[in-house]
Design a protein around this ligand. Structure first.
Ligand code: BYC
Length: 319
């Protein structure tokens, strides 16, 4: 009885801290479900950054100039860094890197649906930077205010780098849109193929979202999936106009009374099919990750052997 009321009091105090906008830090008491939900979201976010290197990495050897190659290389390296910050933030919650990687490779943990679409042309690299990083920023700006301290602080740095990524993508699209007829067509095709999958990055409608209500109460999420998606739709319309391209959504229209654009419906069948493992590249992405991880085994072994040697030396010589 006493145990139950102690637990209820801890939960009340915890919610009070959240309501007062005080960050939760790794050593603070937290409900198990808060910890699990955070591990799920942060680690899936980390997996997305790491798997997200593959579609663009595919174009490093095929970038159209040395300048483009250098920029793309450094963008892809940034994504690896984002993955590392986020894995570290997950580890502060008491889970190991190995467990996280196993969950990704077994399919138990998800990563962003968008990275299961192939990059077919250089225009796709532009569309990913512009739309995919653009959608990611929309979400991540709000996550800078998330209730868990290490996640919020990681997001601040990530957002700075993502806004640079978004601009490099838009600049590629601008160059193509102002180029030859073929280049213009390439930009339009990439926009057509990546627009709808970018909208899917925000997740299911609020009414269908399993985690949103609780995550909003705990301020893990600060805005709902639909609210963020609408923000992204609104900001993208003038960007498409400036490029002089056709909007892929035939139903897009300004709604004066709502102060937002009305839009067409996402193909949810496609979304669920992709997140359940049946997109174009799901198998390829995971196989590639597993192969790269296996190839890196000697580095992990060498590190463990070195640490063991250091430990033995410290035991022999405590001073
Ligand atoms: N793809 O209850 P819901 C980047 C899953 S990468 C796959 O609404 P939640 C970048 C969801 O996980 C940016 N799965 O979930 C990198 C859940 O399944 P589980 C990645 C999705 O968590 C390289 C189920 O559907 N950003 O920046 O409340 C190059 C029900 O959904 C997706 C983040 O990860 C999806 N699109 O809301 C370029 C941001 N949507 O876990 C760029 C952090 C939903 O129960 N994450 N699902 O098996 C979030 O903000 C939230 O987790 C989401 C989903 C908005 C994504």
């Amino acid at each position: 009885m006493g145990g139950n009321s102690d637990q209820a009091e801890l939960e009340r105090q915890f919610q009070q801290r959240i309501d007062d906008d005080i960050k939760i830090e790794p050593k603070d008491w937290m409900p198990d479900a808060y910890r699990e939900n955070l591990i799920r979201q942060i680690s899936q976010h980390a997996h997305s950054e790491v798997i997200g290197m593959q579609p663009e990495g595919n174009y490093i050897t095929r970038a159209p100039s040395l300048r483009r190659k250098l920029i793309l290389l450094s963008k892809v390296q940034d994504e690896a860094g984002h993955g590392l910050y986020l894995y570290s933030a997950s580890e502060t919650l008491g889970i190991s890197r190995l467990e996280l990687i196993e969950a990704l490779q077994s399919g138990a943990a998800k990563y962003a649906s968008i990275f299961n679409y192939p990059t077919q042309t250089w225009g796709d690299v532009g569309a990913i930077g512009w739309l995919v990083d653009g959608a990611a920023i929309c979400n991540q700006v709000s996550l800078q205010r998330t209730s868990y301290g290490p996640y919020a602080r990681g997001m601040i740095r990530i957002c700075k780098e993502e806004s640079f990524h978004q601009r490099q993508g838009y600049e590629i699209m601008l160059a193509l849109a102002r180029g030859s007829d073929e280049q213009r067509q390439m930009a339009q095709d990439s926009l057509n193929r990546f627009y709808w999958p970018a909208l899917m990055m925000f997740g299911p409608h609020d009414g269908e979202s399993a985690h949103s209500a609780q995550s909003m109460r705990w301020k893990i999420k600060r805005e709902t999936n639909d609210a963020l998606r609408q923000k992204f739709i609104d900001q993208t319309v003038p960007q498409i106009e400036f490029l002089g391209l056709d909007h892929p959504d035939r139903d897009i229209s300004w709604n004066e009374s709502r102060g937002h654009y009305d839009h067409g419906e996402i193909d949810w069948h496609e979304f669920y099919s992709v997140i359940n493992g049946n997109g174009h590249c799901n198998r390829q992405r995971l196989q590639h990750h597993i192969r790269a991880h296996q190839e890196g085994e000697w580095v992990r072994d060498a590190l463990a052997a070195y640490q063991e040697k250091q430990r033995q030396r410290d035991c022999q010589d405590p001073d």
